[in-house]
Design a protein around this ligand. Sequence first.
Ligand SMILES: Nc1ncnc2c1ncn2[C@@H]1O[C@H](COP(=O)(O)OP(=O)(O)O)[C@@H](O)[C@H]1O
Ligand SMILES: [Mg+2]
Length: 312
Amino acid sequence: MADIVEVRGLVKRFGDLVAVDRVEFMIADGETFGLLGPNGAGKTTTISMISCLLEPTEGEIVVAGHSINKEPTAVKSSLGVVPQEIALYPTLSAAENLAFWGRMYGLSGTRLKKAVDDALELAGLADRSRERIEKYSGGMKRRINIAAGILHRPKVLLMDEPTVGIDPQSRNHILETVKDLNASGMTVLYTSHYMEEVEYLCDRIAIMDHGKIIAMGTLNELRDVVGGMDVVAVTVSEVSDRIVAAANAIDGVEGVNQADGKMEVLTPSSGSILGRLVTTLESEGAHVTSVTVTEPNLESVFLHLTGKSLRD
Ligand SMILES: Nc1ncnc2c1ncn2[C@@H]1O[C@H](COP(=O)(O)OP(=O)(O)O)[C@@H](O)[C@H]1O
Ligand SMILES: [Mg+2]
């Protein structure tokens, strides 16, 4: 698949601060790509440079074959941008606000009307489109932000932490909207400091900290950073060499550790071995009292790489 976003050697300095430090990534056409990092990691600064709002100190960005330096207009028309806050006119209705943004993208007449109707439908707010924006909840305004970003059917949608500080219902709606947009062929760059969101949405993820990408890959590739294995902790009535050997002999078991009455079974896929593991241990005369599966997640990866938690 061709890359629709290419970022090479991207640097942004604010005085002495290096907010973005030699960032490189490629996003394939049709992908949902996540930029995961804590506050201050450099996510917004990166997105602002891709969307031509901020000039890079160094580096190259190409969107849909157009360089941001040479063809910023072509870049802008390929992009939809959903910042955390957009200017909405509080005394105008949602439909009127969207029509305003649509005209900014050069839409008019029946094309504008259809674009606004489609966007309202997608935001799940078609039935409230005549209400003034000032009556909307924070989550509804965020959904209108997204609607505004996709009015012109961009090839690539940039979303900057679109679910921060909103109610769970709007949050779920936004996550499903991202899935739908991606399924309709839109490439999405999604930034967040919530690992569950990027785990749920993204084909590939770059983990960012202090302006640098510290790891990048699919969720499974990133889990590999911390071993790529499930750990099944089994508590048994007694642990003997014979029982450990029996567990080790199961197809799909990569290794077994034993420690004070417990066994830890390493496996690439706990789901396919759990049943056999328990019956094998029981048939060897060991009584299994508990089985717990733990799986490395992006939090463990971040912790492993930086020594700190994503939420700090
Ligand atoms: N306009 C600016 N002037 C000076 N420093 C800035 C500016 N914008 C962002 N920064 C700093 O750059 C770093 C990265 O910020 P940002 O890109 O907003 O991070 P994130 O979006 O990941 O929270 C932070 O240390 C922030 O304080
Ligand atoms: Mg930000």
